[in-house]
Design a protein around this ligand. Structure first.
Ligand SMILES: CC(C)(COP(=O)(O)OP(=O)(O)OC[C@H]1O[C@@H](n2cnc3c(N)ncnc32)[C@H](O)[C@@H]1OP(=O)(O)O)[C@@H](O)C(=O)NCCC(=O)NCCS
Length: 244
């Protein structure tokens, strides 16, 4: 029965989390959020299913999880352990596996998977510590540990433990910031990876431009107005998309 007594507190904390972390919740009443926020509905259903599961009732928890998935697009295994104040933004496509453990104050965006690699039994899903943010489409696979306060970039695929207070991006995911500082040292820049195809095209374009110049010299014609060239893309800078 311990599970049921904490239910109301957990639901209140989930609503508070959604209100604090979703700018679009400003001025929306709690009842409207429960009625129209799929992430909140999925969590509410999970809280109930998990409490019933812990009370030893068979079948019903699985049925609740199934109905919640059909309604919200969020699949949370009824046995998954979820702390207080989880916020699932947008909902659609989130999958949380059976042995996943989520701490307090965690934020998940749409399309996040806390899954297994497909080869393990027993504890086979990630453990996510407190105050972690996981960007849309990120896949966290296996019984890995995501340290508290970590940020996982959108569309990362994370298969190794993540240090606390770090930012991890890429496929496979690698830390690019730890405690707010750039990760230093050789082979640690996982964002600006070498691009051999672009390098080959650049080398070819230089050789084509040289040939065009020679041909125009030999033929006495003016050089091509637009010689073969490959331009480097300007690095894009902008606002942090988190919070949408
Ligand atoms: C990772 C994230 C949380 C930013 O964390 P941060 O600690 O503030 O890190 P920064 O923005 O300083 O980015 C660190 C580096 O990683 C790069 N980066 C950030 N997110 C990335 C991603 N998803 N994939 C690849 N590289 C990424 C940045 O370009 C930056 O590179 P730089 O070192 O060349 O400047 C954020 O970019 C992100 O992915 N948020 C998810 C938001 C989301 O899913 N929104 C959905 C709303 S509907």
């Amino acid at each position: 029965m311990a599970g049921f007594s904490s239910l109301a507190r957990e639901v209140r904390a989930d609503l508070r989390a959604a209100r604090q972390r979703d700018p679009s919740a400003l001025g929306v009443r709690s009842v409207a959020m429960v009625a129209t926020w799929p992430g909140i509905q999925a969590l509410l259903a999970h809280r109930v299913a998990h409490a019933i599961h812990r009370a030893g009732v068979p079948v019903l928890p699985r049925t609740i999880a199934y109905v919640a998935r059909a309604l919200t697009g969020v699949e949370i295994h009824h046995a998954a352990t979820i702390g207080e104040g989880l916020f699932i933004d947008h909902g659609a496509g989130v999958v949380i596996g059976e042995t996943a453990i989520i701490g307090d104050g965690v934020t998940l965006y749409q399309g996040v998977t806390l899954g297994g690699t497909g080869f393990e039994t027993g504890k086979r899903h990630p453990t996510v510590q407190d105050n972690v943010t996981i960007g849309s489409g990120a896949k966290l696979l296996g019984p890995i540990e995501i340290g508290h306060g970590a940020k996982i970039g959108a569309n990362s695929v994370v298969v190794r433990d993540v240090p606390p207070n770090s930012t991890v991006v890429g496929v496979p995911g690698h830390p690019v910031r730890v405690d707010g500082r750039r990760v230093e040292g050789p082979d640690t820049d996982w964002i600006h990876l070498p691009d051999p195809v672009a390098d080959a095209m650049r080398a070819l374009s230089i050789r084509v431009a040289e040939l065009e110049r020679l041909v125009s010299e030999l033929g006495g014609t003016p050089p091509a107005a637009d010689p073969a060239n490959v331009h480097l893309l300007r690095p894009v800078r902008g606002r942090n998309p988190a919070g949408g």
